[in-house]
Design a protein around this ligand. Structure first.
Ligand SMILES: [Zn+2]
Length: 278
């Protein structure tokens, strides 16, 4: 069971502790199940999907600022002007495609081989040189950047934090129920640990993978809006699959979907939407 919650959408760990009132948590747990109209449940305008949000992005933006500053002091940023221009220009274009071009963004291009990018609450975007070198063209780069904007419009950081807090509360409630039953008392810690694993693999990780899939699709929408070639999005995931072959954990134990599955899902989405025939 995670005792810390990562609100970065991408790689690495590092997370704030969050304390929420019992009332807010109970309200949240009821979302979409017993009382779908309580506060804590909102419909996301970008996706049309109802979400459990116990906190808003503004509140968690403050929590991630320290982690963002740490990263910038610990990882050198690229001094390659061509690369910086390339990332910044494509960022502006895809942010426009998402209707977010008028917001303030801070984009850091880190000089590291890591094949990844991430976004943090507060409109902080990190792109590693490694992923820019994997991309064959700006369309593929825009699919990486579009995916990151998708995490923002999908409000994934706030939702993941909310679901994680709600899951831990549910687990605690379960442990209390076990502890109060005489015959089960001796098994309390074991059952609690099993419950933790079940939540980790049954709720939190699939939630993460669903967020990745949703961000992939939103990214393609934004590529389409911005006039990029959307067929390059699944092509990028083919390249990712090739370079990560044999290095990934089984999908069920991972926060991210398998690259081969991501490429296939994107091709399906692009065809369904009529953006292109791939
Ligand atoms: Zn992601």
């Amino acid at each position: 069971m995670q005792d810390r919650i990562d609100i970065r959408e991408g790689l690495l760990e590092g997370a704030p502790e969050v304390h929420l009132s019992r009332r807010a948590i109970i309200t949240g747990l009821a979302c979409g199940t017993v009382f779908p109209f309580l506060s804590g449940c909102t419909t996301n305008p970008a996706t049309g999907r109802r979400q459990l949000l116990l906190v808003n992005e503004g509140q968690i933006a403050n929590m991630s600022l320290a982690a963002w500053s740490d990263m910038k002091t610990q990882i050198p940023q690229s001094s390659d002007r061509r690369l910086r221009n390339r990332v910044n220009e494509n960022w502006s274009r895809i942010a426009d495609g998402a209707g977010k071009g008028n917001e303030d963004w801070e984009v850091a291009i880190f000089d590291a081989d890591t094949v990844n990018a991430f976004v943090m609450p507060g409109n902080k975007v990190g792109v590693f040189r490694g992923i820019t070198e994997l991309t064959e063209n700006d369309d593929q780069l825009s699919s990486v950047l579009g995916h990151e904007v998708g995490h923002v419009t999908g409000r994934h950081a706030a939702e993941r934090l909310s679901v994680n807090v709600a899951s831990q509360t549910a687990l605690q409630v379960g442990s209390i129920a076990i502890a109060s039953q005489e015959s089960l008392r001796g098994f309390g810690p074991t059952l609690g640990a099993l419950g933790g694993a079940a939540i980790q693999f049954g709720v939190v990780l699939p939630y993460s993978r669903n967020h990745e899939t949703e961000a992939d699709k939103l990214g393609v929408d934004y590529m389409h809006n911005a006039g990029y070639s959307v067929r390059e999005a699944p092509r990028l995931w083919d390249l990712m699959a090739a370079q990560s072959e044999g290095k990934r954990p089984p999908e069920i134990m991972s926060t991210h979907p398998d690259p081969v599955n991501r490429a296939a899902a994107l091709r399906q989405y692009i065809n369904d939407k009529g953006y292109d025939v791939v």
